[in-house]
Write a protein that binds this ligand. Structure first.
Ligand code: PLP
Length: 300
């Protein structure tokens, strides 16, 4: 398999992705003590960059992390990684780790926070050839880490519940997984939010989930189309009984869910509402209210 190419920014320097390295003493590595965000670039334009940076800064503040650069400088670093990568369609990640404490002290306040950014080729949860088939989900019995323990609105790398859930999904013949909360409501999956559709109404969980930027986009686009939007608990039974279902993620946009626990949703087809939202979502990628050119950021 060809090595992944891309460009990273680590400790103030741009390097090929294969050479981007951090200390094994970084709290980010040792304790998953970090936050991150992922934005995508499509045809040379960042999609909703401001919203991603807002969420990243809010997550950092919640975790008592300090970004070593100003907001504008961060945007330029992300744009510069993308420009150097040469990709028109890119997956662009920003990470802030607790960093290393010079004396290996146990006090997180002693650590020097570290910013890492990188741009690699656009990554799909659902590859283009799979889009018509849609996602096959398993609903895991593994409970999502409770929001009282780790706030899922702070984008984080506490993924052992998801990773164990993925193995369970593979054993059950599904491509990916969605976890439930303690009350048996749907939460989210590894890298995506979930929606159900019933008639002209869409619904997505209100709690225990990352407030995805693609989730927000789906909500705004649905309202533009006059659909009703509900943000409320979704019992697993409601997912199984929905007219349609879809997942949302920066890594792939709005993606149909056509199978849940081996039973077809919407007859195993991509439903009309899902199809409409997918079309509008990609149309927004050239709308200057929703996207910013990489070149414009660098020349500002
Ligand atoms: N939920 C989780 C746990 C995620 O990690 C992600 C993205 O990585 C999402 C939802 C979707 O968020 P967004 O639409 O901002 O990519």
């Amino acid at each position: 398999m060809a090595a992944l190419s891309g460009v990273a920014y680590v400790d103030g320097a741009y390097v090929p992705i294969a050479e981007a390295k951090i200390s094994v003493l970084d709290w980010g590595f040792l304790h998953s003590d970090a936050t991150y965000d992922v934005v995508h670039v499509w045809k040379g334009r960042f999609f909703r960059l401001d919203e991603h940076i807002d969420r990243f800064l809010a997550s950092a503040a919640r975790l008592h992390l300090t970004l070593p650069v100003e907001r504008d400088a961060l945007a330029r670093i992300l744009a510069e990684c993308t420009r150097r990568s040469g990709y028109e369609d890119a997956y662009v990640e920003m990470i802030l780790t607790r960093g290393v404490s010079p004396t290996f002290s146990r006090d997180p306040r002693d650590a020097e926070n570290r910013l890492i950014c990188f741009a690699i080729p656009f990554g799909w949860i659902l590859r283009p050839e799979q889009r018509e088939r849609g996602l096959s989900l398993a609903v895991s019995d593994i409970q999502r880490i409770p929001p009282q323990s780790v706030d899922p609105r702070v984008k984080n790398y506490h993924w052992l519940d998801f990773v164990m859930g993925l193995y369970e999904a593979y054993e059950r013949g599904a491509a990916t997984v969605v976890l439930q909360d303690a009350s048996g409501n749907i939460t989210e999956g590894p890298g995506f939010n979930v929606f159900i559709v019933n008639g002209r109404s869409i619904a997505t969980p209100d709690r225990g989930v990352l407030e995805g930027i693609t989730r927000r986009s789906a909500i705004e686009i649905a309202r533009e189309h006059g659909l009703q939007v509900q943000v409320r608990p979704i019992p697993t039974a409601a997912l199984l009984a929905a007219d349609e279902a879809f997942a949302t993620s920066t890594a792939g946009g709005i993606m149909p869910i056509t199978v849940v626990d081996q039973a077809p949703i919407a007859g195993g087809q991509v439903g009309d509402v899902t199809r409409l939202l997918i079309q509008s979502y990609w149309d927004k990628h050239v709308d200057p209210d929703w996207s910013t050119s990489v070149v414009d950021i660098l020349s500002a």
